[in-house]
Design a protein around this ligand. Sequence first.
Ligand code: F0G
Length: 351
Amino acid sequence: SRQWRGVIEEYRDRLPVAEGTPVVTLREGGTPLVPAQVVSERTGCEVYLKVEGANPTGSFKDRGMTMAITLAKQAGARAVICASTGNTSASAAAYAVRAGMVCAVLVPQGKVALGKMGQALVHGSRILQVDGNFDDCLTLARGLSEKYPVALVNSVNPMRIEGQKTAAFEIVDMLGDAPDIHVLPVGNAGNITAYWKGYREYAADGPATHTPRMWGYQASGAAPIVRGEPVKDPTTIATAIRIGNPASWEPAERARDESGGLIDAVTDRQILSAYRLLAASEGVFVEPASAASVAGLLKAAEQGLLDPGQRVVCTVTGNGLKDPEWAVAGAPRPITVPVDADAAAERLGLA
Ligand code: F0G
């Protein structure tokens, strides 16, 4: 048996990386495709979770970051910059360390989960908290990358999309064909764009016989694509997707329309309910934004949009450990016991 080599080496023939280019990798990708037993029962479909929290920095961003940083390094960049709601910055910070580069990150003040902030800090990135939201951070990062010698590694960098499309390849490679429907959370809309590119390439070249319908879900307080106009002050507990003016808006609409799919919104209440269901019934701990995919699928089931037996993949984009606040909030406090078996047994209801 051999170790998974990371998405560039595993899919080199499908990525724009020249032979001999030194690869910056943490062996990202190769993530589990887990059958979702309870969600399958509830929807009458064959549902799988693509567990992207199993990536090296705990989110799908690593797939795109290995590409963006590899090519930035090759082009001679000494520093990279990104705007982020937390996961992009965590990933950029780690890959910049591997590449021996400086990493600067711009984050919306007070709206980044603690675990993600800890990652950017411990990897030694230079963090600026911006008095604004993610959209403001991205405007600033773009401006800086145009005026100063620093490479932008947000998903407006096409190499990010190239790397992230490998998740679609992995799914087809594991299932033997594309699913009927692919569901994912939508924030800046790079990931839905990347999956659609991956599925289209695999359908054009043979590994898949068809492409799936792409179903994207935004948080209802941050749902510009659903509303058809930018949201000035986006709000949601799912801070990762708290975005009012997605950079990949048009490509996301193309993914929706060309695939016969949809982009809809789910409420914070629906997101948290799916978040708890995944943890308590499937054993999969994701961050709140990630649960938007499953929340969306459950909503679609209630709306009668699913046919029995359809094969569905939900991407769960980030690890629950990044943002444990919602796991702890409202949960019963652990009971303290003395070092005594009888007392412990009684408290556990065993006695
Ligand atoms: N889920 C998680 C956990 C995310 O971190 C993001 C985006 C998304 C979903 C949405 O993906 O932007 O490609 O539509 N996070 C970015 C960041 C914005 O800065 O980490 P998208």
